[in-house]
Design a protein around this ligand. Structure first.
Ligand SMILES: NC(=O)CC[C@H](N)C(=O)O
Length: 282
């Protein structure tokens, strides 16, 4: 799992989805926009909402990849599949290469989710390498799915309204007042409206092992660590590293500074690494 000291790029963005609310009034829409605004601090760059009958998908964006055209919700070609995502899909380019006959409308890493769903159905979640929480609505049969990354880096909550509606949100504050009951969405799980239940999509072989048996291999640890840091440099906007003063954040900063010059972001913003520390005045 990534260190919490990895730059916060992508840990923000706010999503809110309300499905099957049985109310298509303007008042309901305004209420949902108002609730989505409670997540504004998670994404100052854009606010978006898509409604289809009595289903609403809202987004507050902190733009990381393709800031100019990647506003959300995102869609498939004919806009029958709608998706609102918080997260980063690190292998989006490889996945796009598998979807040659699909037309992409944005450069967002997250758009791939709508097209993968069209191609593979809900099983596609296992193909994503990244951190994410998302809600996807298939307007053709009014079904929806929601999923959270393997270890729950991106937050997600799920709630149920008295009117039979199902809610998802990045933070509890957008659903606590309108839901009769709500839960923290379990990491590595997927909710599908078709089956009406949650199931674990993340099933690595080591889940069933009681004692991990790989021999100690420092070179492998080093390579994996470097790879994990490098793939998180996928950004079109400047970023920094939070230094805690400990070993982990120093290692992250040293790997980043060695690889910064090769990144897309360095060509535009320069290859000087910005670091931040938090201090207390006593
Ligand atoms: N902050 C986010 O969750 C970013 C979402 C998406 N990857 C983007 O760049 O816009």
């Amino acid at each position: 799992p990534p260190s919490p000291e990895v730059p916060p790029a992508g840990t923000m963005c706010g999503i809110l989805a309300v499905l099957g609310v049985g109310d298509v009034s303007l008042a309901k829409r305004s209420r949902i926009i108002e609730l989505s605004r409670r997540l504004r601090h998670r994404g100052p760059d854009w606010s978006g909402i898509h409604s289809f009958e009595d289903c609403y998908l809202a987004h507050q964006r902190l733009a990381i990849v393709d800031p100019t055209s990647g506003d959300q919700p995102l869609y498939n070609e004919d806009k029958t599949v709608v998706v609102t995502v918080n997260g980063e899909i690190y292998n989006h380019e490889e996945l796009k290469a598998k979807l040659k006959h699909h037309k992409f409308q944005t450069g967002s890493d997250c758009e791939v989710i709508a097209h993968l769903y069209e191609e593979y159905g809900e099983e596609f979640v296992d193909m994503l390498d990244g951190m994410f929480s998302f809600v996807l609505l298939d307007t053709r049969d009014k079904s929806f799915i929601a999923a959270r990354d393997a270890i729950g880096i991106c937050p997600l909550y799920m709630g149920w309204g008295l009117d039979g509606s199902v809610w998802f949100s990045s933070e509890m504050k957008a659903l606590s007042d309108d839901c009769e009951r709500f839960i923290s969405f379990p990491p590595g799980h997927l909710y599908s409206s078709k089956t009406g239940g949650l199931r674990r999509w993340y099933n690595p072989p080591w889940f069933s092992e009681s004692i991990p048996s790989a021999p100690y291999d420092p070179l492998l640890i080093r390579e994996s660590f470097e790879k994990a840091v490098i793939k998180r440099l996928m950004t079109d906007v400047p970023f920094g590293v939070l230094l805690s003063g400990g070993l982990d954040s120093s290692l992250v900063a040293s790997v980043v500074s060695r690889h910064l010059a090769e990144t897309k972001v360095a060509r535009q913003w320069g290859n000087k690494l910005h670091t931040f520390c938090i201090g207390l005045k006593v």
